[in-house]
Design a protein around this ligand. Structure first.
Ligand SMILES: [Ca+2]
Length: 308
């Protein structure tokens, strides 16, 4: 539920071609050999091939084994916990800002015995078809801006989650005083599958030296596949380091899906700090709530936020 510049998505040639891909594909895509991708370097920005077997939509159980005592395997060493919640309550006892007072309507706690970390209560944020608005905005605001931030969560959609028409389904914003970027689900081209990507989502930043589309708005997975399937639990981990200035190209954008490094951009313009961590689908934004074919639900079992 945010005002955002969705029109930018409409003019991206990358996303137009991606949409065409979606229309054409009716069977699992041929998997070309992945190009070698040295760690720490930014390869070309084309969507990555998928070298791994696709998870089964609706498999529900987390596809990896975690250590419940140390589940956040990619949290940088030395980071201190800012926030940790297993969603026994939809707003974590009021610690999350329920900006649009959606608790009890489109924001609820439900029970899921397959929840990976903190059974069985999970948060559920819903768009009830054919409504074109819904979901929630849940915000965590650190007491002071931080230069680096880590966020981990166990998350899934419902099996029928079909995605919106703007090709990027917003999920989690990592904002600073002058930034509004988010992680979300990019349409993959097959029903039941998406890729986790990032957009800086701003007309005042330019990352076209390393990411795709106008102003480098779309950062695709450039190391791992980033593929997620509907109905199945996944572990998502996000790490960002703010750039010194909005043009200094020394920020870091990095994310993991099910423990596997998926995106790694080390010359990123985004910063200099972070002060708002917000779950929001922006289903009331331009086109964001349209295109679904059934109820759409996001479920979060647990969320963990830390910083140096
Ligand atoms: Ca839980």
């Amino acid at each position: 539920m945010l005002v955002e510049n969705s029109k930018l998505w409409k003019i991206s040639p990358i996303l137009i071609s991606f949409n065409q891909l979606r229309i054409q594909k009716i069977s699992p895509p041929v998997q070309p050999s992945p190009a070698p991708t040295p760690m720490g370097q930014n390869p070309p920005v084309s969507p990555m091939p998928n070298p791994m077997p696709l998870p089964t939509p609706g498999g529900q159980t987390l596809p990896i084994t975690i250590n419940p005592a140390k589940p956040w395997t990619n949290e940088p060493s030395g980071f201190a916990v800012l926030f940790d919640c297993g969603f026994d309550d939809a707003t974590c006892g009021g610690k999350l800002d329920d900006t649009y007072k959606s608790k009890g309507s489109t924001l609820n706690v439900v029970q899921d015995p397959t929840a990976p970390l903190s059974k069985s209560n999970v948060m559920r944020s819903s768009l009830f078809y054919p409504n074109k608005t819904g979901g929630t905005q849940l915000g965590y605001y650190p007491s002071q801006p931080v230069k680096q931030i880590y966020v981990g969560m166990f998350w899934r959609t419902n099996l029928e989650f079909s995605g919106n028409k703007v090709e990027m389904n917003k999920m989690f914003f990592m904002r600073g005083p002058s930034s509004n970027g988010f992680f979300g689900q990019l349409n993959y081209g097959m029903p039941g599958f998406f890729k986790i990507g990032f957009s800086h989502n701003s007309g005042t930043l330019n990352n076209d030296h390393t990411c795709a589309a106008d102003l480098g708005l779309t950062c695709y997975p450039n190391v791992g596949s980033g593929i997620v399937s509907t109905g199945q639990w996944h572990q998502l981990e996000f790490y960002m380091k703010g750039s010194t200035t909005t043009t200094s190209r020394d920020g870091i954008l990095r994310w993991w899906v099910d423990g596997v490094l998926t995106g790694n951009y080390t010359n990123f313009n985004y910063g200099p700090s972070f002060n708002e961590l917000i779950w929001s689908e922006t289903w009331d934004g331009f086109g964001n709530g349209t295109g679904f074919k059934a109820d759409a639900h996001h479920f979060i079992d647990h969320i963990h936020i830390s910083a140096p």
